[in-house]
Design a protein around this ligand. Structure first.
Ligand SMILES: Nc1ncnc2c1ncn2[C@@H]1O[C@H](COP(=O)(O)OP(=O)(O)OP(=O)(O)O)[C@@H](O)[C@H]1O
Ligand SMILES: O=P(O)(O)O[C@@H]1[C@H](O)[C@H](O)[C@@H](OP(=O)(O)O)[C@H](OP(=O)(O)O)[C@H]1O
Length: 326
């Protein structure tokens, strides 16, 4: 969604800075107001500007709805079948902390405050996977629809998803940070999209991956997939799954081929068994979350489901490949 027009903010309120590891969406580097990161009491959260009014209203409504389910769940202690479908999402949607207003460059801006999914990671590897063949919503103008249909075509056609941005720390290059933005994502095709995932996942040169990493991602992705297989009340357009892991912990999973400098591991004083590998897949960006209309009632969101099924399928193929480690 658009995150505000005009130059990048020059005058941020005290106690917030730009979220430096934002990998997609509108960023300060593009002259927009990107996500911010508070310090002090609110450390560990991010502030997403609401941008276009209707996008903000829809995204807040989605998070508030989930909060309402959470409140009922806490009070009732047990869920109806419909509630259970939504409580399953708590694990795969960032915690929501409301929608505060801040003044940026003399203008009042409403934000959505969320758990920072990258908090505490030493070498945060982050990939934004935008889900769905169709990314324009029912209110899109013909121009917007054409613009959306014209990009990331090859990947979207084949997989029902695209990669607008990612970053990773290359463990076998001493932890060098590599970033790829939307131009890279737009050049990907059905033949090489797997290579983008292999890069992101710190595969060895011969394509071997950490089994632990894949299994942990799959645990979350299957929760999202199972929800998408059943839920019939929403249509999610242009929503993403954010993949996050800490490459600094990869070397502690047991295989020397994936390891970074072993002295770094030793300096952490951690053993392979003691070091939990931080890995998560989370649903983000509900700016185009629409309640199903009358003609869609009782049916699943095929557009979203197909993208998530593809993502699960890709990770399952990686996991089934021979030679993976740990
Ligand atoms: N909860 C979060 N924790 C950490 N980083 C986040 C979080 N939410 C979003 N981000 C970062 O911000 C980026 C953009 O997020 P999001 O897709 O919600 O914004 P957007 O501007 O609406 O995107 P788009 O322009 O693609 O619609 C993500 O790719 C990710 O790098
Ligand atoms: O991947 P790209 O090429 O950067 O394309 C952008 C992306 O589709 C965003 O999701 C969209 O914001 P919305 O979700 O708000 O529509 C934005 O529209 P915008 O330029 O109209 O803000 C597009 O420019």
């Amino acid at each position: 969604m658009s995150q505000g027009d005009g130059p990048a903010p020059s005058n941020l309120p005290a106690g917030v800075s730009l979220l430096e590891n934002q990998v997609a969406g509108h960023t300060a580097a593009q002259g927009c107001l990107g996500l911010l990161k508070p310090t002090g009491d609110d450390a560990g959260t991010v502030l997403k500007p609401t941008g276009k009014v209707q996008c903000g209203i829809r995204e807040i409504a989605f998070y508030e709805r989930l909060e309402e389910v959470r409140r009922r769940h806490r009070e009732a202690g047990e869920d109806t079948e419909e509630e259970a479908l939504w409580t399953a999402l708590f694990r795969v949607v960032p915690q929501y902390y409301g929608h505060p207003k801040l003044t940026v460059d003399g203008r009042e801006v409403e934000f959505i405050q969320l758990e920072d999914l990258t908090a505490g990671l030493e070498w945060p590897c982050i990939m934004d996977v935008k889900i769905g063949r169709r990314t324009w919503d029912p209110l899109a103008t013909p121009e917007k629809r054409r613009a959306e249909e014209g990009k990331y075509k090859a990947c979207r056609q084949r997989y029902g998803l695209c990669i607008p941005g990612f970053q990773f720390y290359a463990v076998r290059k001493g932890g060098a940070l590599v970033r790829h933005g939307k131009d890279y994502g737009k050049r990907l095709t059905e033949d090489n999209i797997r290579d983008a995932f292999l890069l992101y996942l710190n595969a060895t040169e011969d394509g071997r991956l950490s089994r632990t990493l894949l299994e942990r991602f799959l645990a979350d992705l299957r929760i999202i997939r199972d929800w998408a297989r059943k839920q019939t009340t929403f249509r999610l357009y242009s929503s993403s799954v954010l993949l996050v892991y800490d490459a600094a912990q990869l070397g502690q999973c047991g295989d020397s081929a994936l390891q970074r400098n072993t002295s770094l591991n030793a300096s952490n004083g951690q053993t392979a068994a003691a070091a939990p590998l931080a890995v998560k897949a989370r649903m983000i960006d509900f700016a185009h979350a629409f309640p199903a209309d009358a003609s869609e009632a009782g049916t699943v969101d095929d557009n979203y489901l197909q993208g998530v099924e593809s993502l699960v399928g890709l990770f399952e193929q990686f996991l089934a490949a021979e030679g993976n480690v740990d």
